[in-house]
Ligand binder design. Structure first.
Ligand code: ANZ
Ligand code: ZN
Length: 829
């Protein structure tokens, strides 16, 4: 009997799938079959897969294979996020060209992915560093420039002196560089930005519609976008009547009678003007220049930093009360938020109270708790909304009433208006590095910044660069690259030397998969329309903010360019948990890294796949534990033994007539297992419970066989059971399942087999078959638990390709629901 030879079985089926192009999908064939786009986040080609990749891609592959068996036309592509720093750093360290290093890594990782038997359509592979891809990055950049969505500005930027590059705020984690962990400092540079703030409102407003995303990710995005409703108020400078008024942003206009001073950010452009000629001028200057040198750790975090400030020598006039209040400069006000200036209400704001105490500034509470039995706090500010006091005509109003009354007065008299403020900043995309997409712009002494004409794309990365890791942009060291004539006036000009943030590359890559060979456009809108939105996207939670906001932004821009017909790119998002070893993240320094290659050699790809799905539900962290891996391996061995020819005869019909209770029992278990596994995969992607259910069925089969099974009816029932086991195992352990399927005498490979159907009568479960109609016509049937709610039935119905085919792209007008019997979906045709 012995073990099965997984090494030769796995390579046999990999060769066979490749020969038969088993996973290639053609956009044009089968237009009636509903499509399913299953996507995993593309990896950076570091050279070796790690267990996190294995988990991510195994989940995706299980979904893709399951949906294929269920009758969907599945797009399941893979590619490479192949621009980025490690390639450049390797080039500097080892003297290998980044392209060669990258291509080598891609070949190695592609080999590893193939060894794991993933069902990718390799004919659609893309790689960001190839000119046929990055020319479209450049094209998008030009389109954004035309629409005013790409612009240049001087900005204080986060600067990593080790990587010699600018970092987006998102790439600064706790004050250090996300890649190399050195402390990030600040620098003022002229940079390219993408105007993501133009879409801030919509990015926020659409979050509730992303019902296939976890609350956690939606909340993280919401906080990141940081929408605040408030007011903009203009304060005249009391001592300088002809000076520009000072504008402040507040969310608490109701507290304006309690404003006892104003505070400007150290970077605020009015600071120098205000203190010019005052006795405080020198002190302010010193303070400001000290603050400008401080690093992002302090600036960003604010926490931990002692509050500090200086008086400017000037006063502002509160437009509501006419009172003169001193203007200060303080380190706790950020230039990047609101207007970079605040009115301080130490009676009702905690930060303002601390600052006032420090410098003995007056404190005047103007809001008290609405409930009179709640005492006003003594040693801190009352910061919640409540009832107004010390506020003249507004006394006694609630905070919200007062806000409305004050805004009305301010609007009428022209010194205040409503304002919505976002925390999200425009996306700085300039990088002073070599291994990225050149920004397609030209600097001309006469014409200024001139875009490269579309017909001259791509702007290729030059080969003759010096990669030293020091100084500014490496592109500047290539004369052939730099020298160019101005497309507008023809005179000698120079190229932009910045390259794009690699997050640009990954913001639209999934559209390219739908039409990867297109050389006239990034993709054809019809091709994209056929597959989009992505039905299931799978990747790490680390991308919850960055990548997943950028790609939403790109989709909205592309929609406004009439390239795509959708608002959001991703219907369902799964963020898988991490793979741990003995409770902590795998890392070289801890020495607890488990290499996928070693595991595949030892146990085979199928065992590794099965274990990554079995060890925990997909969203949770899982521990890579070798005993667990061995357990999965032994399970496969058991199935192998049960499928030996002496037990499992070729498929034979179950004889007519009465079965023994033992036989009926086995059949019931078989059909119950089909029901359970199907539900676990359809609804929640609970691979672990699905696999546990298959294991239970295998236990029953074992017991059945041990007790003796040789009569034709017994053999047929047994054969039905073991045949079901391999079909259900196929999404998880596909090589193994194919081999056993063949061993059971089946000719046609499993990749082309439909998913098994449960017989409800046999399963004897409290389930019912419900009729699903679309506009009154029978379109499918779903098996659900008795008494299932409408939402549940609808969700299950949408997982039926025949129903989904009639729903896709149409809007649901209303539903008719008869519990346990019927769901009729009325859609606009
Ligand atoms: C007066 C006030 C009174 C405020 C009060 C709060 C409570 P969110 O909710 O995050 O939008 N603020 C405005 N601009 C700022 C800046 N550039 N740097 C630091 N703080 C700034 O916060 C808005 C509130 O944060 C604003 O409302 C302002 O303080 C402060 F009882 O104005 B408030
Ligand atoms: Zn010119």
């Amino acid at each position: 009997m012995g073990e099965f030879d997984f090494t030769s079985i796995e390579s046999k089926w990999q060769r066979r799938w490749e020969q038969e192009r088993a996973f290639a999908v053609d956009n044009r064939t089968d237009p009636q079959r509903p499509s399913f786009y299953c996507l995993e986040m593309l990896p950076y080609p570091s050279g070796r897969l790690h267990m996190g990749h294995v988990r991510n891609y195994t989940i995706g592959d299980a979904v893709a294979r399951f949906k294929t068996a269920r009758g969907f036309k599945v797009l399941h592509p893979m590619g490479w996020d192949s621009f980025g720093l490690p390639a450049e750093n390797a080039a500097i360290k080892k003297g290998i060209h980044p392209r060669i290093w990258t291509e080598d890594n891609i070949s190695q990782m592609r080999e590893q992915l193939k060894q794991l038997g993933y069902s990718y359509d390799w004919s659609r592979e893309i790689a960001a560093h190839r000119p046929d891809y990055y020319r479209w990055n450049q094209w998008f950049f030009l389109k954004m420039f035309e629409r005013g969505l790409a612009y240049r500005a001087h900005r204080w930027v986060n600067w990593c002196s080790t990587c010699q590059t600018v970092l987006a705020n998102e790439q600064v984690e706790g004050g250090v560089c996300w890649r190399c962990s050195s402390v990030v400092s600040r620098k003022s540079l002229e940079q390219w930005f993408l105007r993501i703030t133009a879409y801030a409102e919509e990015l926020d407003a659409f979050l509730p519609k992303l019902t296939g995303w976890s609350d956690r990710v939606r909340q993280m995005q919401k906080n990141w976008i940081g929408r605040s409703e408030g007011a903009l108020v203009r304060f005249q400078i009391a001592d300088l009547p002809e000076a520009e008024p000072l504008e402040i942003f507040t969310t608490r206009l109701d507290t304006i009678y309690g404003a006892t001073f104003c505070v400007l950010a150290p970077e605020h452009p009015a600071v120098a003007r205000l203190c010019a000629g005052t006795p405080q001028e020198k002190q302010v200057d010193e303070f400001v220049s000290r603050m400008l040198r401080r690093d992002v750790v302090h600036q960003e975090a604010q926490l931990g930093e002692e509050k500090e400030g200086v008086f400017t020598g000037r006063h502002a006039q509160n437009p509501y009360t006419g009172k003169r209040i001193p203007i200060w400069v303080g380190n706790f006000v950020l230039m990047e938020y609101g207007t970079g200036a605040i009115m301080a209400v130490p009676g009702n704001d905690e930060r303002d109270r601390e600052f006032a105490q420090l410098y003995q500034l007056p404190v005047l509470p103007v809001v008290r708790p609405a409930d009179p039995s709640v005492a006003h706090p003594v040693d801190r500010a009352f910061t919640e909304p409540g009832v107004l006091l010390n506020s003249g005509p507004f006394d006694g109003m609630s905070s919200s009433e007062a806000f409305e009354a004050l805004i009305a007065q301010g609007e009428q008299q022209g010194f205040a208006r409503r304002m919505v403020q976002f925390r999200i900043r425009d996306w700085g995309v300039s990088r002073q590095r070599y291994w990225g997409t050149p920004i397609p712009m030209i600097h001309c002494a006469a014409c200024g910044v001139v875009p490269v004409p579309e017909r001259d794309l791509p702007v290729l990365l030059p080969e003759d660069v010096v990669l030293s890791g020091e100084g500014g942009s490496p592109l500047a060291s290539s004369p052939s690259f730099m020298q160019v004539s101005c497309p507008r006036c023809g005179s000698a000009a120079r190229r932009e030397t910045d390259t794009m943030d690699t997050f640009f590359d990954s913001s639209w890559y999934f559209y390219r998969y739908t039409d990867p060979g297109n050389d006239a456009a990034p993709f054809d809108s019809k091709a994209a329309g056929q597959w989009f939105p992505i039905d299931q996207y799978i990747g790490g939670i680390t991308h919850a903010i960055l990548h997943l906001i950028y790609c939403r932004f790109f989709t909205k821009v592309m929609r406004d360019m009439d390239l795509v017909g959708l608002d959001e790119p991703v219907t369902r998002l799964l963020n898988q948990g991490m793979v741990l070893k003995d409770g902590s993240a795998m890392s070289k320094s801890r020495g607890n890294v488990v290499e996928p290659d070693a595991m595949i050699r030892r146990y085979g790809a199928d065992t590794c796949r099965l274990f990554s799905l079995f060890a925990a539900p997909p969203e949770r962290d899982m521990d890579w534990n070798e005993q667990g891996v061995e357990g999965c391996h032994r399970f496969l061995e058991r199935v192998w033994r049960l499928s030996a020819p002496q037990f499992a005869t070729p498929d034979a019909p179950i004889p007519e007539g009465a079965l023994s209770p033992r036989e009926t029992g086995l059949r019931r278990k078989t059909h119950q297992t089909i029901l359970r596994v199907t539900e676990d995969l359809d609804r929640r992607m609970h691979f672990n419970t699905a696999i546990a259910a298959i294991m239970e069925l295998v236990n029953e089969l074992s017991a059945f066989q041990l007790a003796g099974a040789s009569a034709p009816a017994e053999l047929a029932c047994f054969r039905e059971g073991i045949g079901t086991v391999v079909r259900l195992l196929n999404p998880f352990a596909p090589h193994f399942a194919e081999e056993v399927w063949q061993r059971l005498g089946s000719q046609d490979p499993l990749v082309r087999q439909p998913w098994p159907q449960a017989d409800l009568g046999l399963a004897e479960e409290p389930r019912v078959e419900m009729v699903v109609q679309v506009n009154g016509k029978l379109r499918g049937k779903v098996i659900v638990e008795k008494g299932s709610a409408e939402a549940e039935v609808l969700e299950r119905a949408r997982n039926d390709p025949k129903v989904e085919a009639h729903l896709r792209g149409k809007s649901l007008l209303k539903t008719v629901f008869v519990p346990d019997r019927l769901l009729n979906l009325v859609v606009r045709e």
